[in-house]
Design a protein around this ligand. Sequence first.
Ligand code: DQA
Length: 150
Amino acid sequence: MAQHTALVINGPNLNQLGVREPEIYGRTTLADIEALCHSTAKPHGMTIEFMQSNAEDKIVEAIQNAVHQQIDAIIINAAAFTHTSVAIRDAMQMFKGIKIEIHLSNTFSRETFRHHSYLSDIVTGVICGFGADSYRLAVEAAASKLQSSA
Ligand code: DQA
């Protein structure tokens, strides 16, 4: 089985999951989500690297590092930066592997400013609205895409 690595990137305020607007984002913490990503990836022989930052520059740097390292897929919940950041979009354009945009909430059923994403048109696919399960589905999708392209 090919050994693939996926980088899971989490943007601002996602470190507050569990206490942050639980009626929208649920009660699952980011640590729970990280564990879910690892356990989902394991049977596929896939390794997960997991990071969170509230700072746009740290996220841009993580993507730049992924371009130069052995990262096969990026799963990104850019949180509020989804709707604002040309810098994160430009960095994601440089990454040539599988790119999956995810959201816990269904951003299309919320305020109109959340309907536009700077990432959706440049990624492989988008998963949103399944709560913490969006992450599990994204890891499964990345594993499936990487296996079919291996
Ligand atoms: C989010 C949706 C964004 O609109 C919001 O700014 C977030 C979280 C989600 O996972 O549902 O911080 O990306």
